[in-house]
Design a protein around this ligand. Structure first.
Ligand SMILES: [Zn+2]
Length: 410
């Protein structure tokens, strides 16, 4: 227990220092960590030994970060198809690991097994983002989830106190808890934060957390606005995956996402535009060149905040959750937001592009708007002129459910 605390604090201190390291120092650090991960994965994890041997690859083929592209990519299907015992390093006992499942909302759930060291590591990488925003160990955090997380002994002593609230509770109960405890930090999915903010506004309550962290879903401009109004703070968008912890986050400038480059090596697949991530710290279940299936764009301009960490201009989410036109152009939700967001009369929207069906734009708006929307869509991309447009009193989704603005499958 004590050792885990010391280890977490040490990891945190180093991580925070790296945010302003010169880029060459950061690259040298990444190179050293990558070499260790590659050797370890190849020597001790059956999944990687088999994958690399099949591809005729050996870790010595990589002589520098510029050779990273030679390392075979680990795809989600491959990870899922590998027996749990072959995903973890030799010597790691599955029975003593903490299993975590990805939500599985867009496919078959995937189980991740974290030994104690990896749990510490994931905790430190997630915490680092909070500290970048001025989190204090005396702060009280409220996290709202479907599954409640762990409680730690030190929290009962008043250090990094955390209350887990259930998604199943009514939003008014979350508001009451925040008001009663005066929690300074709140963490939840974007739509959950918005539901919390709306309940606060509707009830005339004024919970005033200092920091609100939004994850798991796109934090769209309308959701951000509603959170700002109801909670009185500008939410911080954070990106991560269960298998990789949180590794990309907005700074106080809210311009793109900084990558925690000391803990995660991030690349963009040149053909598919998907994010490929190497975790530089996990040892029990190493994750090396893992194709996340999420698409993103790199930002080359330095951030005005002064941090030297690399930045992603945008993270579009799952590659499959986009509409590909006959011309090959790929449309993500920001495209539709730009086009449809211009109409003040549209309260909500969603695009259904299911295989074998004409794509349909659903609008929570009066039907009189349809001809205007049709003209605007056609002007934005001629191929959209024959799409169906449907108006509804409300787009059916519940707070806490994965927000899918572009739906291309079950
Ligand atoms: Zn910044």
């Amino acid at each position: 227990m004590l050792w885990n605390c010391i280890r977490t604090v040490r990891l945190l201190r180093r991580a925070l220092a790296t945010s302003r390291w010169p880029p060459e120092r950061l690259r040298a650090w990444q190179w050293r960590q990558l070499c260790r991960r590659l050797d370890h994965a190849y020597s001790n994890v059956p999944l990687y030994r088999k994958l690399y041997d099949e591809c005729g690859f050996h870790p010595r083929d990589v002589r520098g970060l510029e050779d990273l592209g030679r390392v075979p990519v680990l795809r989600k299907e491959r990870l899922r198809a590998t027996a749990p015992a072959d995903r973890v390093a030799r010597g790691v006992r599955l029975a003593s690991c903490r299993p975590i499942s990805t939500s599985g909302s867009t496919g078959t759930p995937l189980q991740i097994f974290l030994d104690e060291a990896d749990q510490c590591w994931q905790r430190a990488t997630a915490w680092r983002i909070l500290f970048e925003h001025g989190y204090r160990l005396t702060d009280r955090t409220v996290e709202i989830r479907a599954t409640l997380g762990q409680r730690f002994f030190v929290q009962s002593l008043g250090v990094a106190r955390k209350d887990w609230l259930s998604l199943r509770d009514p939003p008014a109960a979350w508001v009451a808890h925040l008001e009663r405890t005066r929690a300074q930090v709140v963490v939840a999915c974007a739509t959950t934060l918005a539901a919390l903010a709306e309940a606060a506004s509707a009830g005339g309550a004024r919970p005033r957390p200092r920091l609100a962290f939004s994850d798991s879903e796109p934090l769209t401009p309308p959701l951000r606005k509603s959170i700002q109004q109801g909670l009185g703070c500008d939410p911080i968008d954070v990106f991560g995956l269960v298998e990789l912890s949180n590794f990309a986050w907005q700074c106080e400038q809210r311009q793109g996402f900084h990558v925690s480059a000391d803990s995660h090596l991030v690349e963009i697949d040149p053909e598919r535009a998907t994010l490929i991530v190497t975790d530089l710290g996990m040892t029990g279940m190493p994750i090396v060149r893992y194709d996340t299936g999420d698409t993103a764009e790199i930002e080359s301009e330095p951030c005005p905040c002064g941090r030297t960490l690399p930045r992603l201009r945008a993270i579009h989410g799952r590659a499959i959750e986009s509409v590909v036109l006959a011309s090959g152009q790929r449309l993500f939700w920001p495209f539709f937001h730009e086009v449809l967001g211009a109409f003040a009369e549209i309260r909500q929207w969603r695009v259904l592009a299911l295989p074998g069906h004409t794509p349909r734009v659903q609008l929570a708006a009066a039907s009189t708007i349809v001809p205007h929307v049709r003209r605007t869509l056609a002007a934005a991309a001629p191929e959209l002129s024959d799409w169906e447009i449907e108006t509804l009193p409300e787009i059916p989704w519940r707070p806490g459910e994965k927000l899918r603005l572009v739906v291309t499958g079950p």
